[in-house]
Design a protein around this ligand. Structure first.
Ligand code: R5P
Length: 288
């Protein structure tokens, strides 16, 4: 299908304007927008587009969010903090979204922030297929922090490989420190899997701990969302990593690409889900 025609402009003061250039009356619409950096711009652009669709009498409006920004703010860690992941859900519903299609939300409970249906796809099969094509040798699947244990466990089951977990604490929003490594990593090739690589701090500190515990300096790093901000170039340049595999849930600037980065396309998965939603067919077959 061709993309719907829409004009999006910025006013001089930064406000966003959107207008659909064709009738959407009664149409089943899918607005594809990862709310990646610049997060607030992309989020408001999505809200504005949904508002325009609702006021133009669109049929069902599905927000397709390959990356859901603010997902990491899914609970309070200290008094007087917001739960911004929930606030974003409320904003989307208020704007008029009828349904969400997401890929690897940072925390599964975000599905429960919505009172509308959420179809939550997983990139795990893409990473499993990517790794299965390689001859890696004795390896261990590693969760680089406790938030990644479930996805790492699923990958280890699928590839029949042992599992290890690096426990870390977060003394500041973008800082991680390793507390403990659990599992046998000595003389094994670590395959780290996480949902997000942002500043690269979590991966870097997990790699340091793994190497200290005798893991081989030939790691693979898989992460669904390549946010890639701040000092991430230092992590992407590490010699103890053979390859980084990311999905294209977030567009990666060509200058950020290195010869170690592999991009796995999530487009066929999202396309199948969009098709099935449109035809009212099962989407759960795509979940695993
Ligand atoms: C979410 O998937 C996890 O908390 C990640 O480990 C974390 O968000 C990655 O962030 P960074 O690359 O800045 O350490």
């Amino acid at each position: 299908m061709s993309l719907g025609r829409v004009t999006i402009q910025r006013f001089e003061d930064g406000e966003i304007y959107a207008r659909f250039e064709e009738s959407v009356r009664g149409v089943d619409t899918f607005v594809i927008q990862p709310t990646c950096p610049p997060v607030n711009e992309n989020l408001v652009e999505l809200l504005v587009m949904v508002d325009a669709l609702r006021r133009a009498s669109a049929g069902r409006i599905t927000a397709v969010m390959p990356y859901y920004g603010y997902a990491r703010q899914d609970k309070k860690h200290a008094p007087r903090e917001p739960i911004t992941g929930r606030l974003v859900a409320d904003l989307l519903e208020s704007a008029g979204v009828h349904r969400i299609l997401a890929l690897d939300l940072d925390a599964d409970q975000i599905e429960g922030f919505f009172n509308i249906p959420v179809d939550h796809l997983r990139a795990l099969p893409l990473f499993a297929a990517y790794l299965q094509e390689k001859t890696i040798g004795p390896a261990v699947i590693v969760a680089p922090d406790d938030g990644a244990v479930k996805v790492a466990y699923r990958l280890s089951e699928r590839l029949r490989m042992p599992l290890a977990v690096v426990f870390q604490r977060r003394p500041a929003p973008d800082l991680k420190q390793t507390v403990q490594v659990v599992g046998e990593v000595e003389d094994r090739i670590p395959i780290l899997i996480d949902r997000i690589v942002s500043t690269g701090g979590t991966i870097a500190s997990a790699l340091d701990a793994l190497i200290q515990h005798g893991a081989r300096p030939e790691a693979y790093v898989c992460a669904t969302h390549a946010v890639l901000v701040g000092p991430v170039a230092r992590t992407l340049a590490r010699e103890d990593v053979r390859e980084f595999a990311f999905t294209n849930s977030i567009p990666i600037a060509p200058e950020a690409l290195t010869d170690k980065i592999r991009i796995l396309s999530a487009a066929p998965l999202l396309a199948r889900a969009i098709r099935n939603i449109h035809l009212n067919e099962s989407v759960s077959t795509l979940f695993t």
